[in-house]
Design a protein around this ligand. Structure first.
Ligand code: TYD
Ligand code: MG
Length: 450
């Protein structure tokens, strides 16, 4: 059925049923234009004459060239996006308050602005405060437009008039649509706001980046409630006490998920970390018991990290198992395999496991490095300092080779490691420039190291 058009005054935001030269709400002339991308009014029916265009994929390829990606100007961000921003797309950047989302996106908008128009819309800070942040980031003269705005209608009107290549909306919890009665930050508001922004982005070919705070209280909707509505979901992670920040793609319609970008928070904003392995290993002490270096893969990139374990007598009746940066269920499994298959029990002791640097690892290939760190801590015997370890441990105590072994080993060689302890049958098409020490199973590994 026909959609009731809405005409909105750009000066005062008043809505009108038809166009006129003068707004009767505020008296301004030539400020009324048709509002784009707004939801249909009540009573609209979905069934109507078929208007959708149907076309075979082959014809589509010929008639519509692929959309050129635009670079945000921040290499680590472009990498996580899968090679830059895609026009007519919506990206959600989630993270805890204070982790650095606004900083990252103001820097990205400023860098993007050198090539194409960019707008940064903040619902959290006044323009004066944005300017203060920009000054701190050394971006006072950056070619980016900023607006302090929370009304979605005003934002869409601004975007319609400016047609930027990139629009950052900071944050979805502060924006509100007057089509929805509930308060800003409610699920209904957040969904409505994101729906309208995504529709607008698709229709006008704008790359829209939405900021969403991860919230602790239930009153305010978190970024998860809109993950399904956007093309790409990135989370900004890191420990508050650490300087490292990790931007991780958890969903990406235009690139690989699980890709990470690594940043360091400095006094003048976020700096890209070109070599994350060197950074994660930089605080490693001299050969110490309980430390093992895992050669991992995050997304498409090899990353070396230190796994630290501590085994201590438990002051309580029940032993503690505490994990930072790894899965606690997986830790229990490795402990159980060590006990049943190798006879190395941890019984009543407390066990702590930590992935140094604030990275969170989910690869099963870390099993062997975790087992090595645990036994090293328990026996108080240090592992060789210049060796990396990787491989998956199965319940039988057998070891399974990990994928992309060559990339892991090359990274280790680059950082000066001399040898690698890996499962037998690890596929290595070419010599990676490092000594390989293959081990048959978990028992053989323990015999070799301890
Ligand atoms: P911010 O980007 O405001 O976080 P978010 O938008 O995710 O809530 O970052 C806030 C923190 O970053 C704050 O604790 C101060 C710190 N910070 C720096 O260390 N250096 C800087 O240059 C800036 C701008 C912020
Ligand atoms: Mg912010």
């Amino acid at each position: 059925m026909s959609r009731r058009p809405t005409f909105v005054c750009a000066a005062c935001g008043a809505a009108h049923a038809k166009w006129s030269g003068r707004c009767d709400a505020c008296g301004a002339w030539n400020t009324i234009s048709e509002e784009a991308g707004l939801a249909e009014g009540p009573g609209a029916k979905s069934l109507g004459p078929a208007r959708g265009r149907r076309i075979t994929l082959g014809d589509l390829a010929a008639s519509e060239p692929p959309l050129p990606r635009a670079f945000s100007g921040i290499g680590e961000l472009d990498r996580v996006l899968g090679g830059g921003l895609v026009p007519a797309s919506a990206t959600l950047v989630g993270g805890d308050p204070g982790i650095g989302k606004s900083t990252l996106l103001l820097q990205a908008a400023a860098a993007f602005g050198r090539d194409a128009p960019a707008i940064y819309v903040s619902g959290e800070e006044a323009t004066g405060q944005i300017r203060m942040r920009a000054a701190r980031l050394g971006l006072t003269d950056a070619p980016v437009r900023v607006a302090a705005e929370t009304n979605l209608r005003d934002i869409l009107t601004t975007l319609e008039a400016e047609r930027p290549g990139l629009a950052v909306i900071d944050s979805i919890q502060t924006m509100w649509s007057d089509h929805v009665d509930s308060a800003p930050g409610s699920v209904a508001q957040v969904r409505a706001v994101v729906h309208e922004l995504v529709t607008f982005a698709k229709r006008r070919g704008i790359a829209v980046v939405l900021v969403g705070h991860v919230t602790k209280e239930g009153q305010i909707a978190g970024p998860r409630v809109v993950e399904h509505m956007v093309d790409t979901v990135l989370y900004f992670e890191g420990e508050r006490g650490h300087h490292f920040r990790i931007l991780r793609a958890v969903k990406n319609r235009f690139g690989p998920a699980d890709e990470i970008g690594v940043f360091e928070m400095t006094g003048a904003g976020l700096a890209e970390v070109a070599n994350p392995s060197a950074l994660f290993l930089s605080e490693r002490e001299a050969a110490a018991p309980g430390s093992a270096v895992f050669a991992g893969i995050e997304g498409t990139r090899p990353v070396l990290v230190e796994i630290q374990a501590l085994v201590a007598p438990s002051p309580l009746g029940t032993a503690r198992r505490a994990v930072v940066g790894w899965d606690s269920g997986r830790l229990s499994m490795v402990l159980a395999v060590l006990e049943s298959r190798c006879g190395i029990g941890f019984g009543p002791s407390d066990v702590y496991l930590n992935v140094a640097g604030g990275l969170r690892i989910s690869e099963p290939a870390a099993d062997l490095a975790v087992a090595a760190a645990l036994v090293s801590a328990r026996q108080d015997i240090a592992l060789p300092r210049d060796a990396v370890i990787f491989g998956e441990v199965s319940l039988s105590g057998a070891l399974r080779p990990a994928a992309q072994a060559e990339a892991r080993l090359r990274e280790a060689a680059k950082l000066g490691f001399a040898s690698a302890l890996v499962p037998e049958r690890t596929a290595l098409p070419t010599a990676p420039g490092i000594d390989i020490d293959p081990v048959a199973d978990l028992n053989a590994f323990m015999d070799k190291c301890f």
